[in-house]
Design a protein around this ligand. Structure first.
Ligand SMILES: Cc1cc2nc3c(=O)[nH]c(=O)nc-3n(C[C@H](O)[C@H](O)[C@H](O)COP(=O)(O)OP(=O)(O)OC[C@H]3O[C@@H](n4cnc5c(N)ncnc54)[C@H](O)[C@@H]3O)c2cc1C
Length: 358
């Protein structure tokens, strides 16, 4: 019998497990799968790591370290740089590092995939998961879904709750040399050194991005779910080719779901015996898709509410007020960033406050 079962060992699940360790019996189901991610740590994530007294190890960092974001409006062909101190990371190394910090009293089941739960005796739950191709079960007092944007726990227990808007994010990896044979910026864009946000309402109502990773570069884009994802991504590449950048020969492709909480009511933190943290709860920036800091923050605050009675839903909700408020403020700014006419005017003026919109 466990006190808490956590589904997912991303930033949210790993952080929650670490902070619950030593206080109760924890089972962590860790489906091992490479995460599709840009690997950019925003200042908010850096602040949370500092709050946890953690410094990023060298093997998590990748070059270059962008100190600005280049915003490229494909429709108006305007480019502007806005200062923001990001840290460029290898996302898988980051996740492994967070898992390596979990003390040994947490029972980590590598490769285990959560399936479903049913009520057991004394108001407890019996959870079912697949491990080494066998169906296993355990009894638990509390279940936490830290299983990201396609959360099985959220779909199972909170299907009636409004969902955030859903996107498919595609990413392709390229050798930098193939995309940029010459070692110099073009059209005001320096793909070798810049983290670039690409905006074009003909492609998506969200955005696309490039992130340099050592001698490679990721091209990614978030396309509304239900659209013609691959065709749309190819159209983006054609537009980039017309602008002089050849994203023709990827050596690796990946895709993942992405939540975009445009409505504050789509955040669902759970209640009673079942809780949600991180992106499963719908906690992710609706303007930039930065989700690592809300994952770290929500996991930390949920762990703080744990005592002999278990988790306290009211305290959890209260402690996330400020985070939810910050995310909601970002939705107010969306019209400025994502409507072509407004964006063009703002970019023309060189309005430096644009960095806080991302
Ligand atoms: C393409 C893309 C690029 C992004 N780029 C950035 C970025 O640069 N910076 C940023 O801050 N955010 C970025 N995000 C968002 C960020 O990746 C997520 O918001 C963040 O990882 C959320 O953390 P989490 O721990 O809640 O969930 P996740 O990191 O998604 O972790 C969930 C974990 O649960 C596991 N899991 C899922 N289902 C089960 C199951 N049934 N059983 C067991 N385990 C399960 C998964 O394998 C995974 O390990 C990006 C997202 C996408 C899709």
């Amino acid at each position: 019998m466990y006190d808490v079962a956590i589904v997912g060992a991303g930033p949210a699940g790993a952080t929650l497990a670490r902070y619950l360790s030593g206080r109760c019996r924890v089972l962590l189901l860790h489906r091992q799968r490479k995460k599709c991610c840009g690997g950019i740590l925003a200042p908010e994530s850096q602040k949370m790591l500092a709050k946890f007294d953690l410094a990023l190890p060298r093997e998590v960092l990748v070059d270059p370290q962008p100190f600005a974001v280049a915003v490229w409006d494909l429709q108006s062909q305007l480019v502007r740089h806005y200062a923001r101190q990001y840290v460029n990371i290898d996302r898988n190394a980051f996740d492994h590092w967070l898992i390596s910090l979990i003390p040994s009293d947490v029972d980590i089941r590598a490769g285990a995939v959560y399936r479903r739960s049913q009520c057991s005796d004394n108001n407890n739950l019996e959870i079912f998961f697949t491990e080494k191709e066998e169906i296993r079960s355990e009894r638990v007092r509390f279940l936490v879904g830290a299983d990201g944007s396609f959360s099985t726990v959220r779909r199972e227990f909170f299907a009636g709750h409004p969902n955030p808007k859903r996107y498919i994010a595609l990413q392709e990896w390229f050798e930098l040399q193939a995309v940029l044979p010459e070692n110099s910026p073009k059209n005001g864009i320096d793909f070798r050194n810049d983290y670039v946000g690409i905006f074009d309402s003909g492609i998506t109502d969200f955005y696309a991005w490039t992130v340099p990773k050592n001698e490679q570069i990721i091209l990614g884009g978030a396309i509304p779910y239900g659209g013609k994802t691959r065709e749309t991504f190819e159209r983006l590449k054609t537009k980039l080719k017309n602008a002089g950048f050849c994203f023709d020969f990827p050596f690796y492709r990946e895709a993942g779901f992405l939540f975009r909480p445009l409505n504050p009511f789509s955040v669902c933190l759970g209640s009673d015996r079942i809780f949600l943290v991180g992106e499963a709860a719908g906690l992710i920036s609706p303007s930039s898709a930065e989700g690592i800091s809300p994952a770290l923050t929500s996991a930390y605050y949920l762990a703080q509410t744990f005592d002999s009675q278990g988790f306290n839903p009211a305290v959890y909700r209260k402690s996330l007020c400020s985070l939810r408020w910050q995310l909601w403020l970002k939705t107010i700014k969306i019209p400025v960033m994502f409507y072509p006419w407004f964006r063009k005017q703002i970019m023309r003026t060189g309005f430096t406050a644009l960095d806080c919109l991302l």
